[in-house]
Design a protein around this ligand. Structure first.
Ligand SMILES: Cc1cc2nc3c(=O)[nH]c(=O)nc-3n(C[C@H](O)[C@H](O)[C@H](O)COP(=O)(O)OP(=O)(O)OC[C@H]3O[C@@H](n4cnc5c(N)ncnc54)[C@H](O)[C@@H]3O)c2cc1C
Length: 418
């Protein structure tokens, strides 16, 4: 019987261990935390958006890096197989807006419990508080140019031998959950290239300090465009949030993933269209109407119908119009300036927040050196990778966990028959 060691008891590691055991291997799951699934616990604001019921095309459209690499893994365990797996494991599911799938209970702990029950049922030996220090390799006897797996060394210097090792150590975001980036070190020590890691699905920091005054203000139904000198990086419509350091919210997190992919660390400008349903001409007419109804009022008291109250002082300052000016004294040019601000409220992006606020890590183990049909290393026989440690990532909506389930499952069934 083959002995498979899985490093990491997160989404990918637990699924890999269950799959390898199902295929008949003896499986040891090594997790440095005191319990499995610490990151799953905080997913989906504690409700765990575990996958998405979209069609294949939409799934791959939501993958930001290396979607093609995921074809085999996704076909082996697609989103519908994941739903079936959890339903059969005693975790009933429900569908919400945007085809997002959650446990009916709204508790991520039920997803973790379902996985733990399956680990036990399949006879996986789970070792908690067990941190792997090194992955051990030797020269492969059959192919001398290649190395092969012999086992792992733990932090207490104990050595456990194995026929296959699956690295499912996650990325580097939310380090407190155990994602300490160890897998990248293991991969490099095995001769693998690790593509630069960057925080993604992460808030932006901005140069403008007026964001701080708007802290907590959420804008719905606005359009944003993120661009640099040459290109539009992202365009979206929806919801965003102001924070004490800049901007966040669903659209901004999505924008950050496109930014991280190609433009990380470079200058960019975010333009917010506060009234995307109106052209500049229509907006000017609307202003004229509003001003006409308030003609004897001061400018600062005539904006209630146009902006949320928190935004009014900021828009007054940015418009350059004196707050005490009577509305009927505002010039056509001043009105045009205000329209311009409303259609193009700009923020200079100075960067992103750090890994500890990033939902995912972009970059990771280079997929060119991994066989997509098995998740096995092309360099080291018996070495497999699964989950966020790989250079694959997707947008929010349950897609990142789907990547973990799919790659974990494929690595597990492949490692069992090495
Ligand atoms: C706040 C937040 C919310 C999220 N919400 C969602 C969501 O709703 N839907 C979604 O699809 N995705 C979500 N994600 C992303 C998703 O959680 C991750 O992409 C996914 O959990 C990655 O799974 P993984 O198994 O690869 O890694 P992890 O879940 O990070 O698991 C890695 C495990 O390896 C262990 N480990 C690391 N090094 C060692 C070592 N040396 N020895 C032993 N063990 C080790 C760690 O302790 C950890 O338990 C969210 C992420 C965050 C941070």
């Amino acid at each position: 019987m083959k002995h498979v060691i899985v490093i990491g008891g997160g989404a990918a590691g637990m699924m890999a261990a269950i799959a390898a055991a199902e295929e008949g291997a003896k499986v040891s799951l090594l997790e440095q935390n005191e319990k499995t699934g610490k990151k799953i616990f905080i997913t989906g604001k504690g409700r765990c958006n575990l996958t998405n019921a979209c069609d294949q095309e939409n799934f791959f459209d939501s993958v930001i890096n290396n979607g093609k690499f995921l074809y085999s893994a996704f076909y082996k365990m697609d989103n519908y197989s994941v739903m079936k797996f959890f339903e059969e494991a005693g975790c009933p599911l429900k569908k919400e807006r945007g085809e997002r799938i959650f446990p009916v209970s709204d508790h991520s702990s039920d997803v973790i419990s379902a996985l733990n029950r399956q680990l036990e049922k399949k006879g996986v030996k789970v070792y908690l508080r067990t941190c792997v220090k090194e992955v051990l390799m030797d020269q492969d006897e059959e192919t001398p140019s290649k190395k092969c797996i012999t086992g792992v060394k733990l932090f207490d210097e104990r050595i456990i031998s194995a026929d296959a090792v699956i690295i499912a150590t996650g990325g580097k975001s939310y380090e407190s959950t155990g994602s300490t980036g160890d897998g990248y070190k293991f991969a490099e020590a095995a001769g693998h290239m690790v593509k630069d890691i960057k925080p993604a699905l992460v808030p932006f920091t901005t140069k403008e300090d007026w964001c701080m005054k708007l802290q907590g203000l959420s804008l719905k139904n606005v359009a944003v465009t993120l661009r640099n000198e040459k290109k539009t990086i992202y365009q979206g419509f929806g919801e965003m949030l102001f924070t004490h350091f800049g901007v966040s919210g669903p659209m901004i997190l999505t924008a950050s993933s496109y930014y991280a992919k190609k433009y990380y660390g470079t200058p960019a400008v975010l333009s917010i269209d506060l009234k995307p349903a109106l052209t500049k001409e229509q907006l000017d007419k609307r202003l004229l109407k509003d001003f006409d109804e308030n003609k004897n009022r001061q400018f600062k008291n005539a904006l209630d119908g146009l902006f949320p109250s928190k935004l009014i002082p900021v828009m007054i300052k940015l418009s350059g119009i004196l707050p005490e000016k009577r509305v009927n004294e505002i010039t056509k040019e001043e009105r045009a300036g205000l329209v311009e601000r409303m259609k193009n409220l700009t923020l200079i992006i100075t960067g992103t927040r750090d890994f500890h606020e990033a939902i995912i890590t972009q970059g990771g183990v280079h997929v060119k050196e991994i066989n997509p049909s098995t998740m096995e290393s092309r360099l080291v026989k018996g070495l497999f990778f699964a989950g966020e440690v790989l250079d694959v990532d997707a947008l929010t909506g349950g897609f990142n966990l789907q990547i973990a389930w799919s790659t974990g499952y494929l690595a597990g069934i492949s490692a069992a028959v090495i």
